[in-house]
Design a binder for this molecule. Structure first.
Ligand SMILES: Cc1ncc(COP(=O)(O)O)c(C=O)c1O
Length: 414
């Protein structure tokens, strides 16, 4: 039996799609190692948005004139593209939001306020991004539900043996977890958690903000009930994200934002709400941004998510091998074969902000901070880390530059 292997991607060639790489920073080419925070934008996305604004722009779902029909087709076409990306059973289950954060808030408010109460338990994990932590903590406290977490082990992987204890704490109603940790790169066992959640009668909420740009995400295979993604990490514009939700849940949920577009009829006595997905899209949406997200998904899937994942795995493996040779660096998280293209580390005796500052002088952009995962920082016993993260345009040469840059950091501050 022959195995079909998709071709490796050519990151040097792909870089030509990204105008930002034409610029020098302090006379040096940009080593952009902060894609987990936000990805750079290729011409294909920028050109599509310009074309849309110049030739297809009007408000959506309202006009009967041809230009408005073009705009609506662009916007709804993007929804179909998101549905294909996530293997959603129907594009009516795709709600456009401002971001992954807003997608999760939508579920926490619209589902949580109506379905949680005393005796119920909301389960998140110790490595959640604040976007999938704070809304649940807040809605749990508003409704009287308990808020509990699945701890991680020293390698930054979920300790699933804690689940039985959590089940004894009350009626588990929500399990919320990221598919890929933005700080450690840990790939979490969401399918297993979804099974457990359903055994408890709970919903499974998956934050795929850090996964969908880098690996295939299939909402049906995950067994999830809600999946949140964001456009700007996927080579798309900021200001656009999406929520996939199981139709029967979305149908019965209360609306989140209220106003125009999300109504069927409004009278002084009573308002009725629109069909899915419009019930959850109040007001004029981010139209061109949705179109840009559609173009970004076409771009990324045209390269191939498998090829992207493999490319990042090679870079992360190389980075971890090179960092392991440096005795004054501590790397956090699981081994390379169990993580995505993200590496968080500490340089002995030097604050991550100073590390990032000196690397910037070398044209290397990394992230320093708590990465919106303060409970995880507490578990790791640090206030912040330095984080390098990769994407389809990242080069092995940039890993070498990072290592050289770290030696310069140590020489000047260590
Ligand atoms: C794992 C994870 N979840 C959620 C978010 C929030 O995404 P957004 O800022 O687009 O809402 C991020 C962004 O860093 C993230 O890394």
């Amino acid at each position: 039996m022959s195995t079909v292997v998709s071709p490796a991607l050519d990151a040097h060639r792909l870089r030509a799609d990204f105008p930002v790489f034409e610029e020098l920073f302090g006379g040096k080419p940009l080593a952009y190692l902060d894609s987990a925070s936000s990805a750079q934008k290729p011409r294909q996305v920028l050109d599509r948005m310009r074309q849309f604004y110049e030739h297809e722009y009007a408000n959506v779902h309202r006009g009967v004139y041809r230009l408005a029909e073009r705009a609506t087709e662009g916007y709804e076409g993007a929804r179909r593209t998101v549905a294909r990306l996530l293997n959603a059973p129907s594009d009516k289950e795709i709600v456009f939001t401002r971001s992954a954060t807003e997608a999760i808030n939508l579920v926490a408010y619209a589902w949580g306020l109506d379905n949680l109460g005393p005796g119920d338990v909301v389960v998140i994990t110790e490595l959640e991004h604040h976007a999938n932590f704070v809304p649940w903590q807040y809605i749990a406290s508003r409704t009287g539900a308990s808020f509990r977490h699945i701890p991680i082990d020293d390698l930054g992987e979920l300790q699933l043996d804690a689940l039985d204890g959590l089940a004894r704490e009350g009626n588990v109603k929500v399990v919320a977890n990221n598919l890929v940790s933005n700080t450690l790169g840990t790939i979490n066992p969401v399918e297993r958690l979804a099974e457990w959640a359903h055994d408890q009668g709970a919903i499974m909420v998956v934050d795929a903000a850090q996964a969908a740009p880098h690996r295939a995400v299939d909402v049906q295979a995950l067994g999830a009930d809600f999946v949140a993604i964001t456009g700007h990490k996927l080579c798309g514009p900021s200001g656009i994200g999406a929520l996939w939700g199981r139709r029967e849940l979305l149908e019965t949920m209360s609306p989140f934002n209220l106003g125009g577009e999300m109504i069927r009829s409004v009278a002084l006595e009573q308002t009725t709400f629109n069909d899915l997905p419009h019930k959850f899209e109040a007001g004029t949406p981010a139209i061109a941004e949705a179109v840009g997200l559609g173009a970004a998904i076409d771009y990324v899937t045209g390269i191939g998510l498998e090829a992207i994942e493999r490319h990042e795995r090679e870079l992360v493996t190389m980075t971890m091998e090179r960092l392991a040779e440096v005795p004054w660096i501590t790397v956090f998280g699981p081994p390379a074969d169990r993580r995505a293209g993200i590496v968080s580390f500490a340089v002995d005796g030097i604050h991550p902000h100073d590390v990032a500052q000196i690397l910037d002088w070398e044209g290397i952009a990394v992230r320093a901070g708590h990465h919106c995962t303060q409970p995880l920082m507490t578990r790791l016993g640090v206030a912040a880390t330095t984080r390098a993260s990769f994407y389809l345009y990242s080069l092995p040469d940039e890993v070498e530059r990072l290592i050289e840059g770290l030696h310069k950091v140590k020489a000047s501050l260590g």
